[in-house]
Design a binder for this molecule. Sequence first.
Ligand code: OGA
Ligand code: MN
Length: 287
Amino acid sequence: MTIAATKLFEIVPLTKHIGAEIRGLDLSKPVDEQTQKALYQAWLDHVVLIFRGQNLSQEDHVRATRIFGEHAPIRRPPKYFPPGFNRVLPGIMFISNIRENGEPIGALPDGEMMFHHDMIHHEIPDKGTLLYSIEIPSYGGNTLFASGYAAYDTLDPELKKKLEGKWAKHHYNYGSTIKGDGKGTEAFAAAKHPIFRTHEESGRKAVYVNRLMTVGIEGMDDREAEPLLEALFDHAEKPEFVYSHSWKVGDLMIWDNRCSTHAREDFPADQRRLMLRTTVVSNVRPY
Ligand code: OGA
Ligand code: MN
């Protein structure tokens, strides 16, 4: 018996370290188990996947989310839900600058956002995030993805030695986009995690601190910790570790929060931007 090599989809890597476009799949239809497995492996290999030109209902978006694991509930308490959150299926968030009666209908409404890992201020952060674009401004608003693996692999050995085995403290106010901007709701969680995280599926290590949410190093004086963290942030955000995504309507992205950070560039405040977001549960405490 011969087994024909079936081509499930095409994988087009976008940079040396991070990001791949998946071509030849329409996620408005269910995909079979073999394809789901191959997509999961492609995600582990490339950390960020992009599916262009998708036309997804909310149900389709949730089904695509489940390819990568369990669809997470929204952890922010309902009294802090922006009004748009009541108009989508449970577990879907609006990421949008659209305002009604002066109030943003979604989360993270405006402008530039520093590099971060989603949910790192929780004890068990969600492992993946999916973002689907519905309306985009005419320019700006790129999302930047940095490989935490590449940052770890190329880190100055002196700095690595100093920080190996140490833990960082993380804190976040929901809605804040630049550290110290005073925006957002005080988070209901703060957490400590290893500065270098081992990805439980790939076995690789990644830098696991970020400029937006990391506030200190456990057991270290802030005066000593600050320059070390700054050096880590500067290194991890180097352009050679980054894929910059220029959005088109109908793009669906998934990124791995265990081994990458992302940031957002500024965009015009008077143009609408609307995305739908879901996240994927993890059951592994970072180690
Ligand atoms: C997010 C996020 C970036 C963007 O939804 O977690 O960081 O480009 N979004 O809106
Ligand atoms: Mn984010």
